[in-house]
Design a binder for this molecule. Structure first.
Ligand SMILES: *[C@@H]1O[C@H](CO)[C@@H](O)[C@H](O)[C@H]1NC(C)=O
Ligand SMILES: *[C@@H]1O[C@H](CO)[C@@H](O)[C@H](O)[C@H]1NC(C)=O
Ligand SMILES: *[C@@H]1O[C@H](CO)[C@@H](O)[C@H](O)[C@H]1NC(C)=O
Length: 435
């Protein structure tokens, strides 16, 4: 097991000492104010649009991500529009993804219509039952369309808001058109999923958050609910083998031993699934959630898998903290712009000293980045700056713009789309849709 060496421990002990000094003073005088908030600069991202960034950066971003999704489909053109509603029925009936998770979306004359069944009606209002992801898409995309601030082509597409552990774009499925999803897998069995990824509109980085580096806590930080992909059971020969629960356990173990000098990992819910073969041998305490700004108070931020990709990588990259990213097969739309040791530092799925798979390599990785920070601090700051440069492309306007480009290029795969929509809209009108 890798343990942090002397120096980082000393560094942290000094700050712990100051903390306890502060609390001693505080308890001596009940009128004492709480410790001062750390100075914090936030550079807003919401209004950054392609006009504010280098064209080449944006084109590169689209090549790395969107074009990677389109490539297998470009090899299959021409695609046929009438396959889109058929595929929807397959997902509803065979894959059992309900219409409040997976729907048809129609953009027509720059309005967004929701269609829960291909033979049903198209409606401007969100269906009564709709996932949070649909609510947020409607809120953000619906709004700019109504205001005429974004122009989309007429287009019909499948919008999947499931976490996608079912892999609706698995190349093993006989799918004839691409669905749009928020997450998919890469490098798993049967090959890379064929979904076109688009941004989820819930956890959007609002600003670059900057806190002076030397005032940050020298701990690897995480707060989140105890969710789990369970995909590591085989690798680690353990039930569940969840990164969140296991790292929360390591953190609690160290805290109880009085040496919590590496991790500050807490679950935002009770977790009672315990046992020697589980992720944790005993129950773990419940911690409060922590707002994103406060994450910037730590030098090292852990990005841990939930059921699939946890949708917070973009927000973590937006802080001037270094992201320690768990190796995972699950990706969001922008992950292909990220490289290890360039934008983040990877851990997990490692081999231990005895050749066995190790679940605690995070200690060794933390030791490495702390050493790098001592010996070549510029390199640590460069990784952070590279991460923030990607985060600049992930704000609200940039996400909407990504939808626009994705829909235009998707449409170009279907030479018959406009013709098909003419008759499809006629049918929708016959069925009483106000369109
Ligand atoms: C795949 O789907 C297409 C269209 O739905 C169908 O014509 C074809 O027979 C299917 N192929 C297989 C191997 O199931
Ligand atoms: C803290 O102490 C426990 C128990 O001795 C040990 O297993 C663990 O590796 C230590 N953690 C650190 C960060 O030194
Ligand atoms: C985990 O490690 C194995 C063995 O090195 C490798 O084949 C696999 O791709 C890794 N998985 C991820 C998600 O990094």
């Amino acid at each position: 097991m890798a343990l942090p060496r002397e120096l980082p421990v000393v560094v942290v002990c000094v700050s712990l000492l100051l903390d306890s000094l502060a609390s001693a003073v505080a308890s001596a005088n009940e009128q004492t104010l709480p410790p001062p908030a750390l100075p914090h600069v936030a550079a807003p991202l919401n209004s950054i649009s392609p006009w504010n960034i280098h064209t080449e950066d944006w084109e590169q971003f689209l090549r790395d991500n969107l074009e990677a999704d389109l490539k297998p489909w470009r090899a299959r053109v021409p695609l046929t529009s009438s396959e889109i509603p058929k595929l929807l029925l397959y997902y509803h009936n065979e894959v059992k993804l309900a219409p409040h998770i997976l729907v048809l979306l129609l953009v027509y004359n720059n309005r967004l219509y929701w269609i829960t069944h291909p033979d049903g009606r198209a409606q401007l209002e969100l269906p009564e039952r709709a996932s949070q992801y649909m609510h947020q898409l409607d809120r953000h995309l619906g709004k700019v369309l109504r205001a005429g601030r974004l122009q989309l082509p007429n287009v019909l597409f499948i919008y999947n808001t499931d976490d996608n552990a079912l892999r609706i774009g698995n190349p093993n499925r006989n799918i004839t058109v691409p669905p749009f999803s928020l997450c998919k897998s890469q490098g798993f069995f049967h090959g890379d999923d064929l979904d076109i990824l688009v941004p989820q509109m819930i956890a959007i980085p609002d600003a670059l958050h900057i806190v002076p580096w030397h005032l940050k806590k020298d701990l690897a930080f995480f707060r989140g609910v105890p969710s789990c992909s369970r995909m590591w059971e085989h690798t680690y020969k353990r039930e569940e083998a969840c990164s969140r629960m296991h790292l929360a356990y390591l953190s609690e173990r160290d805290r109880r031993a009085g040496n919590a000098t590496a991790l500050d990992v807490g679950l935002a819910d009770e977790y009672k699934v315990v046992g020697e073969k589980k992720s944790t041998p005993y129950e773990l305490p419940k911690y409060d959630r922590v707002p994103l700004e406060t994450h910037a108070h730590y030098k090292w931020l852990l990005n841990l898998e939930g059921m699939v990709a946890a949708y917070r990588m973009g927000q973590l990259l937006a802080t001037n903290s270094l992201v320690l990213h768990q190796r995972s097969i699950y990706i969001e739309y922008f992950y292909r712009s990220l490289r290890p040791w360039v934008h983040y530092v990877p851990f997990w799925n490692a081999t231990g000293p005895g050749g066995e798979p190790a679940m605690d390599d995070v200690y060794g990785v933390l030791e490495d980045v702390r050493r790098l920070d001592r010996e070549q601090p510029v390199r640590v700051q460069q990784i952070i700056a590279n991460g923030q440069a990607v985060a600049k492309l992930l704000g609200l306007q940039m996400r909407l713009e990504y939808y626009r480009v994705a829909l235009e290029r998707y449409k170009s795969l279907f030479p018959d789309m406009d013709q098909y929509l003419d008759s499809y809209v006629q049918e929708l009108r016959k069925r009483g849709s106000d369109i």
